[in-house]
Design a protein around this ligand. Sequence first.
Ligand code: 13P
Ligand code: SF4
Length: 314
Amino acid sequence: MEKSEIIKNINTLRKEKNAIILSHFYQDGDIQDIADFIGDSLALAQWAAKTTADIIVLCGVHFMGETAKIICPEKRVFIPDIKAGCSLADSCAVEEFQQFIDEHPDYTVVSYINTSAAIKALSDIIVTSANAAKIIASLPEDEKIIFVPDKNLGDYVNKQTGKNMLLWNGACHVHQQFSIERILELKQQYPDALLLTHPECPANLREISDHVGSTSSMLKFSKNSDKKQFIVATEAGILHQMKKENPDKKFIPAPPKDSANTCNECVFMRMNTLEKLYLCLKNETPEIFIDEETRLKAVRPIKKMLEISSKYGL
Ligand code: 13P
Ligand code: SF4
């Protein structure tokens, strides 16, 4: 089917079915362009919480679909490709996590949103890269904290807040793979360019950056800056919005260690395509299901995150 036909069909179906299409910034440009809303993990959860649609099609990875379903059990939630997982979320298996918690009974469990519903159900509070430092800084000074699963984001938050959280040893395959050497070469080639980095990247990359923040924060920073060139160290899908919002500025994807590639893409995010989005709306599958016992446990730490975020105007 021609792309224009797919777009026409998606538009008809979403109206007929009262469906909303939510997209993360790491999706293909075509998906971002057709979405009702594009955002980071926090904004996607906030949208799920306020939409009046009957159906949510979450164009992102599995944990994002699960989060929407946990928040809105009365809605049907679909993702275009059910195999779109997350290597970071997968680095935290329930049995090992339960053991870790049992070994630290007096610790508060703070989990990154990039976790499965089962891990969220064992957590006290959920955070995203957009609110982690603020939420964790707001916890009492003497509170002992476990942070899972991203060791880089955990280290970043420890440094930002002066906390000493115990960190799970997980990392994202995309953000772990940037090449400092190739980025330094780019900085020489573009001496005026600012380096924007996601906090899931290792400390040695964050330390040479001009701005560290979530996808939405990188987007906002590039828009507000009077600089014209930016090297972007996160999944390359974000460049689509950056270029759209700033046609007069140059955005250069930070290169990975693998010298065959010029940018870093998340294989899971890229499993979703415009055609799969259309088929998902048409056939109402693949759907996200969560057992009610897990959902009831997982919704509490997510609601806590949404409440604190709105208190801080995030
Ligand atoms: P953001 O919440 O910053 O969009 O990050 C999501 C993600 O998966 C980063 O890898
Ligand atoms: Fe997970 Fe990394 Fe992909 Fe984000 S970029 S969805 S953290 S694997």
